[in-house]
Design a protein around this ligand. Structure first.
Ligand code: NDP
Ligand code: 8X3
Length: 257
């Protein structure tokens, strides 16, 4: 089991890519720390992974936007869970697709507070321990939206451009500490992402993937696992992972149904 000695933290593990990462690392023998806001979903996932893979799991509710709650959660861990080998900064969301002049302040705050400041809250809390140990790996889930901008996506894309900048800055600041920093940047992935973006309008969410074959959480999780499996002297720094039907944010091949 390649990860049998490793402790892996996945944020946003209650759904989609995070849930798939939890499953992939459990299958590879890792001990897992899983967090998200929906405690019931997390508990079900943790129970299933314990049954299926015999995984050792500590699942706990956490809103990554709440800095003091993030700090308190990690201080409260039992000693045997303190040394985290791999941090998967996955928790994130999009809200709305309105043009900038019609955008909602609430949606903007939620995206920036979660995707940017949430990632910083988790990273700032955990990195000192990794630096002190001289080892660890941070894998941020960015997006094609960190490489391009599309209409109605200014703020979500800004948040993912920020993740790209933070990833690059982390790599510079942590160079020589023994910590590797990577980003996995997917294109369209069929998760709850679009349903969250459209505030529960599932018909509109489903239309995102109409006539094309998107990625699934498992595809991204397999890539994250591959990044984490490289030998210590190799850093897979940046991976843009697209569905074959997608060439850019706005160029998606769709078949007539
Ligand atoms: P999902 O909506 O399926 O999953 C999002 C996860 O993030 C959930 O587990 C959710 O849990 C968690 N989350 C959201 N807000 C918070 C918060 N404040 N605190 C803690 N956890 C939070 O979407 P995806 O799996 O697709 O998204 C995962 C990541 O992948 C995001 O960063 C997204 O930007 C990125 N991404 C997604 C793509 C896609 O097309 N789907 C493409 C490129 C990148 P809960 O609600 O329980 O808190
Ligand atoms: C999610 C991919 O293109 O919907 O980050 O913004 S996209």
């Amino acid at each position: 089991m390649p990860f049998s000695q490793q402790t892996v933290l996945v944020t946003g593990a209650s759904s989609g890519i995070g849930q798939a990462c939890a499953e992939a690392f459990a299958n590879a023998g890792a001990r897992l720390l899983l967090c998200a806001r929906r405690e019931d979903r997390l508990s079900d996932i943790a129970r299933r992974l314990r049954e299926e893979f015999g995984a050792e799991i500590l699942a706990f509710p956490l809103d990554v936007r709440e800095r003091s709650a993030v700090e308190a959660a990690f201080e409260a861990f039992p000693t045997e869970w303190q040394d985290i080998d791999v941090l998967v900064n996955n928790a994130g969301l999009s809200r709305g697709l309105e043009p900038i002049q019609e955008g909602s302040y609430q949606d903007w705050d939620e995206m920036l507070d979660t995707n940017v400041k949430g990632l910083l809250n988790i990273s700032r809390t955990l990195l000192p321990k990794m630096v002190a140990r001289g080892e660890g790996q941070v894998i941020n889930i960015g997006s094609i939206a960190g490489h391009e901008v599309y209409p109605g996506g200014a703020v979500y894309c800004a948040s993912k451009h920020a993740v790209d900048a933070i990833t690059k800055g982390m790599r510079l600041d942590l160079n020589g500490t023994g910590i590797r920093v990577s980003t996995v940047d997917p294109g369209l992935v069929n998760t709850e992402f679009s349903s969250v973006r459209f505030h529960g309008d599932t018909e509109r969410a489903d239309s995102t993937y109409l006539g094309m074959t998107p990625l699934f959480g498992k595809d991204v999780a397999e890539t994250v696992l591959w990044v984490a499996s490289r030998p210590k002297h190799v850093n897979a720094a940046e991976i843009l992972l697209l569905p074959s039907d997608q060439a850019s944010c706005g160029k998606v091949h769709r078949r007539e149904s």
